[in-house]
Write a protein that binds this ligand. Structure first.
Ligand code: SF4
Length: 71
């Protein structure tokens, strides 16, 4: 496994409307439930190589449901 960084993602379930953009941008960070709503995979930690994609997913979520947290 690549080394973990201090970035984490979190999907706000109250805001997510299932547009699926986050999953298309970063399928290794987001998974979709049976309703098409996105969830962070595991504890949401972002591998170093995926940091740019995490910010991109946040920027592309029309509902502002993706948080990128810097621990
Ligand atoms: S892009 Fe935003 S609204 Fe769409 S599935 Fe991802 S978190 Fe949910």
């Amino acid at each position: 496994m690549p080394p973990a960084t201090k970035l984490r993602i979190r999907v706000d379930q109250k805001k997510c409307q299932g547009h699926n953009r986050c999953h298309q941008i970063a399928p290794s960070l987001f998974e979709l439930d049976e309703f098409g709503n996105a969830h962070e995979i595991g504890d949401g930690r972002v591998p170093a190589a995926m940091e740019e994609k995490a910010w991109l997913a946040k920027a592309n979520c029309p509902e502002l449901a993706v948080d990128v947290i810097e621990d």
